[in-house]
Write a new protein. Structure first.
Length: 140
């Protein structure tokens, strides 16, 4: 199977008017939505489809972290960069960055996902097939 490297993966995301707070800037929680939408595109680009062999679904978000660098004051398109940085026995972590159209950094963050057993909701190891599919995309 041939792999295309995404280092980092680029996703254009839309900031909508209803994502702005009373001060007219992107609400702090909306960055998590931008991260999540970009990760969904990342999985699609890797052809990892939830429920299919080798997808190791389900996995849960167990940790999010965001640093805010420059506010977004209007509805516009932003560039979200996603980089897979680690894969452990049961978890993996991403670094994400949101860039404004002028190239300035708006926010950066980290997300940790854990693979779980659907019945017990307890962590279980990633399959060898999943590791083979994802390892080529780890940060160098």
């Amino acid at each position: 199977m041939e792999y295309v490297s995404f280092r980092p993966f680029q996703s254009t995301q839309e900031v909508h008017f209803d994502m702005l707070d009373l001060l007219g800037m992107l609400h702090n929680s909306a960055y998590l939505l931008l991260f999540e939408r970009a990760r969904s595109e990342y999985w699609k680009a890797l052809k990892i489809v939830f429920g299919e062999d080798g997808s190791d679904w389900p996995f849960f978000v167990v940790h999010n972290e965001i640093d805010y660098h420059s506010p977004i004051y209007t509805a516009l398109q932003v560039n979200v960069q996603i980089q897979l940085v680690t894969i452990g026995r049961t978890s993996l972590s991403f670094e994400q960055k949101v860039y404004l159209p002028d190239g300035s950094l708006s926010a950066s963050g980290k997300t940790v996902l854990v693979r779980v057993d659907f019945e017990t909701k307890r962590p279980i190891p990633w399959s060898e097939l999943f590791r083979q599919r994802i390892n080529p995309h780890l940060a160098a």
